[in-house]
Design a binder for this molecule. Structure first.
Ligand SMILES: [Cu+2]
Length: 81
């Protein structure tokens, strides 16, 4: 029983850590795409920058899942995976 609990805790920690690394990786991809002057309208550019900023704020607040979801929207607009 104790072993199972330890395993569960390890798994929970591992998934949190994975997300914690996921956001900066996504932000890097977005920054790289933005640096290449993507062909976006001014409106789309505003949205991408907003998602990028929101994603970073959510990441810093520890809301990694929401951060990943928000950053994914920006990545979709920029066509990066
Ligand atoms: Cu994060």
């Amino acid at each position: 029983m104790k072993k199972q609990l330890a395993l569960l805790a390890a798994l929970a920690f591992a998934s949190t850590a994975a997300f914690a690394f996921h956001c900066p990786a996504d932000m890097k991809k977005i920054d790289a795409a933005l640096a290449k002057n993507p062909k976006l309208s001014a409106q789309q550019m505003n949205d991408v920058k907003k998602f990028r900023a929101d994603g970073e704020a959510l990441h810093k607040a520890g809301k990694h899942q929401e951060s990943v979801d928000t950053l994914a929207k920006a990545m979709k607009m920029l066509n990066v995976k």
